[in-house]
Design a protein around this ligand. Structure first.
Ligand SMILES: Cc1cc2nc3c(=O)[nH]c(=O)nc-3n(C[C@H](O)[C@H](O)[C@H](O)COP(=O)(O)OP(=O)(O)OC[C@H]3O[C@@H](n4cnc5c(N)ncnc54)[C@H](O)[C@@H]3O)c2cc1C
Ligand code: FES
Length: 281
């Protein structure tokens, strides 16, 4: 590749889809092998595109190397968990194993995982929001000796909409306190009913001592951060991701501008203190 091309921040890299796994009716996990290696951290995102269709921001859904699978050729594999939301994501869903996506990144600020060292960790996810939190839990399991406890509260619309069900089972077996809930039960569901923020009493977490990582619909985030702050969790340790409509992903186009910040470069990970300071929610 010519130097001029390499310096073009908008130029994506080809990534072969080496595996595609359906996680629910409208969510699939794409494992891709990019032509060049990337270094990335939980909470960061890539702009994922399809020629002629468009580009969308998608978070990394796996931990680099330790948590992620490696290809037979030895190169890194990246996992993207994508929900069919509209035009571009629906066309991406048409790509099967052996097809190609194009990616550029990683972009944005990652989760400050080091805040969890020596503390309890509370992970709160709603719907597709579990995707960026998955590498956080993978990291916590890798670092289990330095983290006191991990609790995951995860909610979805119906039992069929719960994603990463294999992981949820594995994480529970590995000592994570996994608490699930659904908005609407279907036959066979005898678990929790209601929104995820009704489950605080099941988290087994000392809120004043812990750090929380949150991702989900805006209404869930609002409610979660207010509750946790009320319970005594310091605002610097309430960490969430915020969504915005993005085009460039690199602080140039202004599409994601909010509260004098660019969500793409100043975020998408923010603490509650930053959210309040910049009026981001
Ligand atoms: C930093 C970041 C990380 C993300 N990570 C993931 C991920 O890991 N997996 C995943 O499935 N999705 C993720 N998303 C959301 C994803 O980018 C959007 O679903 C996608 O851009 C929709 O594009 P589309 O062309 O398919 O839908 P469109 O046709 O553009 O839109 C369909 C509907 O979704 C709404 N919408 C589109 N983009 C957004 C947005 N950013 N925020 C709120 N509403 C939106 C539109 O208003 C419309 O109602 C992320 C978004 C951001 C900003
Ligand atoms: S997406 Fe262009 S400035 Fe953030």
């Amino acid at each position: 590749m010519a130097v001029r091309e390499r310096n073009n921040i908008y130029l994506p890299v080809k990534a072969e889809v080496v595996e595609k796994r359906h996680l629910s009716a409208d969510v699939s996990l794409f494992t891709v092998r990019p032509d060049v290696p990337f270094d990335y951290r939980p909470g960061q995102f890539f702009m994922v595109s399809l020629w002629g269709a468009g580009e969308v921001p998608i978070s990394v859904a796996s931990l680099r190397k330790e948590g992620a699978k490696r290809s037979q050729q030895g190169g890194d594999l990246i996992e993207f968990c994508i929900r069919k939301a509209g035009k571009v994501t629906s066309l991406i869903h048409d790509v099967e194993k052996g097809g190609f996506l194009w990616i550029r990144g990683p972009y944005g600020r990652s989760f400050p995982l080091e805040y969890a060292t020596g503390r309890e960790m509370l992970v709160v996810g709603g719907g597709i929001g579990l995707a960026p939190l998955r590498p956080v839990i993978q990291w916590a399991l890798r670092e289990r000796n330095s983290i006191k406890k991990v609790s995951l509260l995860y909610g979805a619309r119906t039992p069929d909409d719960l994603i990463f069900r294999d992981d949820l089972k594995r994480w529970a077996e590995s000592g994570v306190n996994v608490v699930l809930t659904v908005d609407r039960a279907t036959d066979g569901w005898d678990g929790n009913l209601g929104v995820v923020t009704t489950l605080w009493h099941k988290s087994e977490i000392d809120f004043r001592e812990a750090v929380s990582f949150i991702c989900g619909p805006e209404v869930m985030i609002r409610s979660a951060i207010n509750d946790l702050f009320f319970f005594g969790m310091p605002e610097d340790r309430i960490i969430t991701t915020l969504e915005a409509h993005m085009k460039c992903g690199v602080g140039k186009c202004g599409h994601c501008y909010a509260g004098r910040l660019y969500i793409c470069t100043d975020g998408p990970v923010f603490s509650f203190r930053e959210i309040k300071e910049h009026n981001l929610l």
